[in-house]
Design a protein around this ligand. Structure first.
Ligand code: NAD
Length: 502
């Protein structure tokens, strides 16, 4: 039966007719399984208006009551983990265990947001001047919006809205139109948890909906996660419209392998981080910078592991890697195998030959691939491929590896594999990347740290969640107060001088 996904506005599923709709696919079968309504300015305005009207009440809801609702949402999410994971797997293609993993990492942010009373404590200074006290308070911004990518339909929205809502904002989410169902389930769970209507809404859509959000006068801030060209556009457009904005972009994450590394650990890491979720993770390893003396050996160890990888439908327990998200994306990823060879790389592992277990031939399949002898000038190195293709660049030594990584325009994540603590320590200091792993291939920070890259991987100043998330969704106010003792008035009378301390 074909499903139909619509917006969630003001605490209920939206009932109006849709002027435009998009198709939802099951990437493992290649078939359309449903449709999603695509919002225009009218639906966006309805969601923002509901959020604006809900804001004063939510801002003034006590911290204790907000936290009670957050805890209830947490329990409901936990109880619905499998249901969410099944929906994600069916629309995105990732295997169930991976989908469950993303829901768990999103839940971590909800856990973090449950501690919001501690995080919203301002400062207080007694007697900054005689009889005068000063303090700062952190206040919500108002209506804030999140625009999120297809690759983590539950986790990335949860980098944003638990913190934003806990801080007292109201939130309008525009998830990816490719896998829209998880967002609606989360909206239903919020309603069940007792969140007042309008505090969390979901509008589905494409650029039309996003532009309407970016231009809406009642939207105070925009959080975006997606590809670099769109992140740049969002940053510029939102800023032009006077909004606070954080826009996280694409990535080319390097794994540096030094000759003293544990090569089995490095091979396990390259395969897990390169091909998990079919390489469709912003923290996937996509480039291997390997010191030449161990490169041949590493290729062999990766080859052994890839040969054993089971590619198949996400809902089949045997599958370790699913299909890609769309046919067009699969074809684009596969085209880098051809362009890489044309530009001089060696195709050490050809994913087009990899067997697919129980998969529909019309599914968007592409097995894991390894391009060796890749040069920095090749398009398979320069572009973000966002699929199961590892590009190995052979380097002479540590310095050459660091030069390569620092010369790359992206700066999301990176990892070094070595048993030399001194080299690792130097790497963490001099590498120009926002998230660094030492013998850890996917260094996604925990919810109480902040997630974000450098350079072309982030436009704006704040990373997501953790204390930077709290700062992004609040603004501070400094209050200077004088309360005189009963019956006393400060001496001095009228004084036109600029106030100084005394
Ligand atoms: P995308 O940039 O195509 O889309 C992201 C969002 O922007 C979606 O909601 C989409 O509907 C909207 N959008 C698309 N085109 C638009 C336009 N022209 N104007 C306004 N809005 C538009 O990204 P995607 O393909 O959904 O996701 C994959 C990308 O996201 C990869 O580049 C990946 O690296 C990146 N990503 C980055 C991070 C990070 O933390 N830095 C995390 C996850 C994904």
């Amino acid at each position: 039966m074909s499903k139909h996904v619509t917006h969630w506005i003001g605490g209920a599923a939206h009932e109006g007719p849709a002027q435009r709709r998009g198709d939802i696919y099951n990437p493992a079968s290649g078939q359309v399984t449903g449709t999603v309504d695509l919002a225009g300015p009218r639906e966006v305005d309805a969601a923002v208006t509901a959020a604006r009207e809900a804001f004063p009440g939510w801002r003034d809801t006590s911290l204790s009551k907000r936290v009670q609702i957050l805890f209830r949402f947490r329990e409901l999410l936990n109880g619905n983990k499998e249901r969410l994971a099944e929906l994600i797997s069916a629309e995105h293609g990732k295997v169930l265990s991976d989908a469950l993993g993303e829901v768990s990492r999103g839940l971590d942010v909800v856990d973090f947001a449950c501690g919001i009373p501690h995080l919203l404590k301002g400062g207080y200074s007694e007697n900054v001047s005689t009889g005068v006290d000063s303090y700062s308070i952190m206040q919500p911004l108002g209506v804030v919006t999140g625009v999120t990518p297809f690759n983590f339909p539950a986790m990335v929205p949860m980098w944003m809205f638990p913190v934003a809502i806990a801080c007292g904002n109201t939130f309008v989410l525009k998830p990816s139109e490719k896998d829209p169902s998880a967002a609606v389930v989360m909206a239903e769970l919020w309603a069940e948890a007792g969140l007042p209507d309008g505090v969390f809404s979901v509008v589905h859509g494409d650029r039309t909906a996003v532009d309407a959000l970016l231009e809406h006068p009642d939207v105070a801030a925009v959080s975006f996660v997606g590809s670099t060209p769109i992140a740049r556009y969002i940053y510029r457009t939102a800023a032009e419209h006077g909004k606070r904005v954080q826009a996280l972009g694409g990535a080319k994450n390097h794994m540096v392998v030094l000759p003293d590394a544990d090569l089995d650990l490095a091979a396990d890491a390259a395969v897990s981080a390169g091909f998990g979720s079919a390489g469709e993770r912003c923290m996937a390893i996509s480039a291997l910078a390997v010191v030449d003396s161990v490169a041949d050996e590493l290729v062999e160890r990766i080859r052994e592991r890839v040969a054993r990888l089971r590619v198949g439908p996400g809902d089949d327990d045997r599958s370790e890697m699913g299909p890609l998200v769309t046919r067009e994306h699969r074809d684009k990823v596969a085209s880098y195998l051809e362009s890489g060879v044309r530009e001089g790389a060696t195709l050490a592992i050809d994913g087009r030959m990899h067997p697919v277990l129980g998969g529909d031939p019309d599914g968007f399949w592409l097995g894991p691939s390894l391009l060796d002898h890749v040069g920095p000038e090749m398009s398979c190195y320069g572009d973000e491929i966002f699929g199961p293709v590892l590009s190995m660049v052979r380097v002479g030594d540590y310095d050459e590896a660091v030069k390569l990584v620092n010369g790359n325009p992206y700066g999301n994540g990176t990892a070094i594999f070595t048993n030399d603590g001194g080299a690792a320590r130097r790497f963490q200091n001099e590498i120009e990347v926002g998230m660094v792993g030492i013998n850890v291939p996917i260094p996604v920070p925990m919810a109480y740290y902040s997630f974000g890259g450098w350079k072309q991987s982030l436009f704006g100043d704040s990373h997501a969640h953790g204390t930077e998330g709290v700062h992004f969704y609040t603004r501070t106010k400094a209050v200077t107060a004088r309360w005189t003792d009963p019956g006393q008035r400060p001496e001095g009378g009228v004084d036109l001088g600029f106030p100084t301390n005394g």
